[in-house]
Design a protein around this ligand. Structure first.
Ligand code: PEP
Ligand code: MG
Length: 579
């Protein structure tokens, strides 16, 4: 038994036998073709390309109406690549001019193209190089006389170095995918998500370490693949899987149920996203909006900064996907555990306390203005809220507001949409901000409590350091008081306040936060429905006095057990509990 770790794409747990797909790059025969045979060789290549095109068209035709829209789009992309003269025409020319055999000419041309794509900074364009390789592999298989794999076989977890979208869709017996390459924007990930199958990508060398017929446990949430699990572990995962499935089914019934508590308090449940394409899933799961778009992910894993237009398009995509529901875009929160490339914080003795987030943005006005303009422009397409991270000082708030005014002015001069009326909010992530909530509220339109950092800075525990992880206590009385104080001040000022740290997605904390008066939560999409169920079963009138009492205690043990009791006990005999 051994375990491989990668990036979990979600989809739950699956247990099954492995089917290892052959390596993406098999040996390619290279030989010269005599001049008089070159026309025939070209015809062989054209035939293979035609066969692949027909295969892709057949796959598109066979797509059921409920197939994800991405599926058809990806098949079209592959078909377009086949038509692109820089691949097919160029390879045909190589056959004629150089006398290379079809496989050699095609793979050479594909490698050239893929190399050009690999040079792009934009991760999306880099991924497209893999599409070229994937289409080419199909054509090479066709040249070798291999039929495309249409998976009518036994259900299995497919393991591959990489897998083309067309092949993925054809694997109708797939239980899940374990893939060596890819990240969250790879097509494998996009398709697995929309096919609703568990997947782990970025596994490194799974396709070499796993053998056909090995038993696998694939956990798409945790991003792990356990190979040849022993009987007790298998039994444990079977139990978890069954519970997980039953739970998901039940929870889906809540998607369009409004998040009202038993006593009729309307609670908004928003989603946190890192990339614009995640907005669609948030909407599908009934999110009331995007409560936190962590824009820094557009800036990471690349050597240049995304230009204003590139950012604008990303923000607009999220806004359009949410169809009128609000999208809260947080300005760049770079630094500490989220570094730019090359790292800007490399010289800081303590990056978490260094030039992070708004401090970095204010020191880089041109970059900040470009981001502000992109966010304000996106508001032309739907409701946008602008959120500033890591504020602690009054002058930081004032300076940020002045920069926003300047960005608006620049847009006005350009005759572009200036995002008038876009609310500006501040993150409450450091104790100084929580303790100055009134000041923040006098200058800002809303607050969002980032508990991840608020806990880190209140308790002086590095959230990324596993050696102190046991001390990272979200329910420490000091942390709870800072959260409660912020919520109370915002309510008093009549301004919206939300919690967007991980705590908002923890069902163990839902009642505690409701009892503090919180009516807006923002969380990872996977938590939306479990938290909604908890909200539906809660009664804020019952919770409020109990939470007020537990907040008066300084004893962490008593506080923890009081929080547990909020979930165990509760009013009975009120409205029936929905799913
Ligand atoms: C937080 O600190 O709680 C938060 C939401 O921001 P991040 O996790 O991105 O630092
Ligand atoms: Mg934070």
């Amino acid at each position: 038994m051994f375990t491989l770790c990668g990036t979990g794409i979600g989809g739950g747990i699956v247990i099954g036998r492995a089917r290892v797909l052959e390596s993406r790059r098999f040996d390619i025969a290279r030989y010269r073709v005599a001049e008089e045979l070159r026309d025939a060789e070209q015809a062989r290549l054209r035939r293979a390309l035609g066969e692949v095109k027909a295969d892709l068209a057949a796959l598109a035709d066979e797509l059921p109406p409920e197939a994800p829209p991405e599926a058809r789009a990806l098949l079209e992309v592959h078909s377009m690549i086949l038509d692109d003269p820089s691949l097919a025409e160029a390879a045909l020319t190589l056959v004629q001019a150089q006398g290379w055999n079809a496989e050699w000419a095609l793979s050479h041309q594909a490698d050239e193209l893929a190399e050009q794509f690999a040079g792009f900074e934009d991760p999306y364009l880099r991924e497209r190089g893999r599409d070229v390789q994937q289409v080419t592999d199909r054509a090479l298989k066709a040249l070798a006389g291999m039929r495309a794999r249409h998976g009518a076989g036994e259900p299995a977890i497919y393991v591959a170095s990489d897998i083309a979208p067309g092949d993925m869709l054809a694997l109708k017996s797939a239980l899940g995918f374990a893939i060596d390459l890819g990240g969250t924007t790879s097509h494998t990930a996009i398709l697995a998500r929309s096919m609703n199958l568990p997947a782990v990508v970025g596994l490194g060398s799974a396709s070499e370490l796993i053998e056909d017929d090995d038993w696998l446990v694939l956990d798409g949430e945790a991003g792990v693949v356990i190979v040849a699990p022993d009987e007790p572990l298998l039994a444990e995962y079977r139990r978890r899987q069954a519970a997980d499935l039953a739970e998901r089914e039940k929870l889906l019934g809540l998607v369009s149920v409004p998040g009202d508590t038993r006593d009729g308090t309307r609670v908004e449940l928003h989603a946190n996203i890192e990339l614009p394409e995640e907005a669609q899933q948030a909407r599908d799961l009934g999110a009331d909006g995007i409560g936190l778009f962590r824009s820094e992910f557009l800036f990471m894993n690349r050597r240049d900064l995304p230009a204003e237009d590139e950012q604008y398009e990303a923000y607009r995509a999220a806004v359009l996907a949410m169809r009128g529901k609000p999208v809260t875009i947080r300005t760049l929160d770079i630094g500490a555990d989220k570094a730019l490339e090359p790292p800007t914080a490399g010289l800081s003795p303590n990056p978490a306390l260094g030039q992070r987030a708004i401090r970095f943005c204010l020191a880089e006005p041109e970059m900040f203005l470009a981001q502000l303009r992109a966010i304000l422009r996106a508001a032309e397409h739907g409701p946008v809220r602008l959120l500033i991270p890591m504020l602690a000082h009054r002058h930081e708030i004032d300076h940020s507001l002045a920069m926003i005014a300047q960005a608006r002015e620049q847009l006005r001069e350009r005759g572009q949409h200036e995002g008038a009326g876009v609310p500006v909010g501040g993150m409450i992530e450091v104790p100084a901000a929580a303790l100055s909530a009134r000041l923040f509220l006098s200058r800002l339109d809303f607050l969002s409590i980032g508990t991840n950092d608020l806990i880190q800075y209140t308790l002086a525990i590095d959230r990324a350091d596993h050696t102190v992880a046991p001390l990272y206590d979200p329910f420490h009385p000091a942390v709870l008081r800072l959260i409660a104080m912020t919520i109370r001040e915002a309510r008093r000022a009549g301004k919206p306040v939300s919690v967007c740290g991980e705590m908002a997605g923890e069902v163990d904390a839902t009642r505690l936060l409701l009892g503090m008066g919180l009516q807006q939560f923002s969380m990872h999409t996977a938590s939306l429905l479990p938290v909604k169920r908890e909200v539906l079963q809660s009664d804020t009138r019952w919770l409020a006095p109990r939470v007020a009492r537990l907040l008066r205690s300084d004893d962490p043990t008593r506080v923890s057990s009081a929080i547990r009791r909020l979930r165990e006990n509760g009013p009975i005999g009120l409205s029936p509990v929905r799913p």
